[in-house]
Write a protein that binds this ligand. Structure first.
Ligand code: NAI
Ligand code: MG
Length: 352
């Protein structure tokens, strides 16, 4: 079997960690008897500086021809500050209906969490970030910006369909895990959008009597990530809260560079996209020191989605083996390079 993969390295460290991830994918494909037909797309903020857009206008159509998209990150500070920065990521996630942003949080062997007393059994949960609507619909305006009367508005939006589908995904996933869903919300103050969000999730919860359900406000959830992460199994939350919480999730794993994710269209109407949780890290780009594990983990999540479960497990075992040996990049206080970490995962896959 051959999978057609669109590879979008993006900006910053993307050109270091994506090839690292592709080398792991190639090793595992050879071993598990499938092949990858990859096509590179040089899209992102660099593309914007040259062509005035993050991707060509038919970019989404081009992506539809693939089985999956393997992505690094896009963005450069200079481009972020140009309004409006209609970027690549939001466009792909919404137009390809990747409404689930699946972001697991766990401890790898040999990596110490900054939460000193917490171990592997305490930190093992999944953040499901609603990925298509909420705070990030980019519906707003700025009026009279250069006058004393300047005012700006962003309108958040949630729909019944949008909440129901992410909620069903959460409860189904919980059934395969420890059967607990936490809705992270802020409906005590965002009374309309999140009041409705809570109501719809509570209705869906009733259809899964075997799964326990709790509602927790984002402020408390942030503290709980640090003080008692063991209370979480599956978290379902909105686009912006999920974005912020996943960086906190990365931090309690030991580094942002460890987090992998999938932007998933569960119905497979369109290809899904797999990327690390972090951005393009321009502050460390070009030095071969970025941690490639989040990117490599994203490759495992991609293979799991494509139905290559054994290959996905093999990648995870390769990551565990690498971290357990103390083969760590600078963010984890080690001195391994990006390529050495990838080579170690590849060597494990070939040898086992
Ligand atoms: P960032 O996630 O790129 O970096 C935050 C901090 O974490 C930096 O100190 C960075 O060096 C470190 N870090 C991130 N990934 C790492 C890795 N693999 N190994 C070691 N250290 C790592 O967030 P920041 O700085 O806020 O954004 C940089 C650019 O990335 C911006 O232009 C932003 O818009 C973009 N961005 C893009 C995303 C995407 O394409 N999905 C997501 C988040 C940010
Ligand atoms: Mg983010």
């Amino acid at each position: 079997k051959t999978y057609k993969i669109a590879v979008v390295k993006g900006d910053g460290i993307g050109s270091e960690i994506v090839p690292a991830g592709v080398s792991v994918l190639e090793a595992v494909a050879a071993k598990h008897n499938f092949s990858l037909d990859t096509t590179d797309f040089s899209w992102g903020a660099g593309h914007y500086l040259k062509h005035g857009e993050f991707m060509p206008s038919d970019g989404i159509e081009q992506l539809k021809a693939f089985d999956a998209i393997y992505f690094g990150a896009v963005g450069l500070p200079a481009v972020d500050d140009t309004l409006p920065a209609r970027d690549y990521t939001f466009k792909v996630r919404t137009q390809l209906e990747q409404y689930v942003n699946y972001r697991p949080v766990k401890l790898f062997s040999g990596v110490k969490s900054p939460l000193r007393d917490k171990t592997e059994k305490d930190i093992d949960f999944v953040i499901l970030r609603e990925n298509n609507e909420g705070e990030f619909v980019q519906n707003g305006k700025i009026l009279y910006p250069d006058t004393p009367n300047g005012v700006a508005v962003d309108t958040s939006m949630v729909t019944r369909l949008g909440v129901e589908r992410i909620a069903h995904y959460a409860f189904k996933l919980a059934r395969k895990r420890r059967k607990h869903v936490t809705n992270v919300t802020k409906s005590n103050t965002l009374i309309y959008t999140l009041g409705f969000w809570d109501k719809v999730i509570a209705e869906v919860a009733e259809q899964y009597p075997d799964v326990t359900y709790t509602k927790m406000y984002i402020d408390n959830a942030s503290a709980s990530f640090v003080l008692k992460p063991e209370v979480f199994d599956v978290i379902v939350t909105t686009n912006m809260m999920g974005d912020i919480l996943s960086d906190l999730g990365g931090a309690i794993m030991g580094s942002l560079g460890l987090g992998g994710s999938g932007n998933i269209n569960p119905e497979n109407n369109f290809p899904s996209m797999f990327e690390p949780i972090h951005g393009s890290a321009p502050d460390i780009a070009g030095q071969n020191i970025a941690n490639p594990i989040g990117q490599i983990w994203s490759a495992a999540i991609m293979l799991e989605h494509l139905g290559e479960s054994e290959a996905a497990q093999d990648i995870l075992a390769g990551i565990e083996h690498t971290t357990a040996k103390g083969n760590l990049t600078k963010d984890l206080k080690g001195n391994a390079t990006t390529s050495e970490v990838a080579e170690s995962v590849v060597a494990f896959i070939k040898a086992n």
